[in-house]
Design a protein around this ligand. Structure first.
Ligand SMILES: CC(C)(COP(=O)(O)OP(=O)(O)OC[C@H]1O[C@@H](n2cnc3c(N)ncnc32)[C@H](O)[C@@H]1OP(=O)(O)O)[C@@H](O)C(=O)NCCC(=O)NCCS
Length: 193
């Protein structure tokens, strides 16, 4: 019998966006976005081009291994790189891990237009319907209000008692504390998004 492999990161079009797999050509857009101080405020500051190159190598390796890794968000009209948003397999032993998380990072110019929500709704629907996930979680560094607002807009709920300290940072580091949000299959279909 012929085996059909499931594409875990198909090219998807939403109202304003194209969501797709990473390619080498995304380095320029990723470098510009990750070089921006405000975008990187909760990730330890702007990243130098060489660091971003290593980041893209890690993303491509993870995409190859798991089938997806926070997919690219592109403007449907202009094909411009806007950032990334979508599912990622989180293998660490944080609360709720290992499992599938959803995350996002967008170029500063396009914040406040509902783009993270538009992309995330599409990937959550795909995750629950096609990948048959039972739940998806999301992580925000303490104080990242914009990201927490997106989680709430998506119908995700704060998991009280599951706050955790990033194991790579000192407990006193202002970026060390993380909040966890979650959405289940049943909750997602109940949101009407
Ligand atoms: C977090 C981040 C991805 C949010 O992106 P976003 O596209 O602005 O988020 P949303 O989709 O939730 O959009 C919400 C905003 O768009 C507005 N909006 C406009 N049109 C909208 C629409 N059609 N649907 C939903 N919201 C819309 C909302 O009113 C809201 O505005 P506000 O921020 O002034 O309250 C972005 O701020 C970012 O990249 N931050 C830096 C990286 C980061 O910290 N990532 C998170 C790591 S945990």
């Amino acid at each position: 019998m012929e085996e059909v492999l499931l594409d875990k990161c198909p090219r998807v079009e939403t109202e304003r966006l194209v969501l797709r797999r990473w390619e080498e050509r995304d380095l320029e857009g990723l470098t510009e976005m990750c070089g921006h101080l405000e975008v990187m405020a909760f990730f330890g500051g702007a990243e130098a081009p060489a660091e971003v190159e290593r980041m893209l190598d890690r993303i491509l390796a993870r995409q190859y291994k798991y089938g997806y890794c926070f997919p690219v968000v592109e403007d449907k009209q202009t094909a411009q790189f806007l950032g990334f948003c979508g599912l990622n397999y989180q293998e660490t032993d944080i609360p709720s891990g290992p499992g599938v998380e959803i995350g996002w990072r967008l170029k500063r110019e396009v914040w406040g237009e509902g783009i993270a929500t538009e992309a995330a709704v599409s990937w959550l629907g795909f995750g629950f319907k096609t990948l048959k996930l039972r739940e998806v979680f999301a992580i925000a560094v303490e104080g990242n209000r914009r990201s927490e607002n997106t989680m709430k807009r998506l119908g995700m709920t704060y998991c009280e008692g599951d706050d955790f300290i990033d194991s790579g940072l000192d407990a006193g580091d202002p970026l060390a504390k993380n909040f966890l949000y979650k959405i289940t299959y049943e909750q997602f279909w109940g949101t009407g998004l």
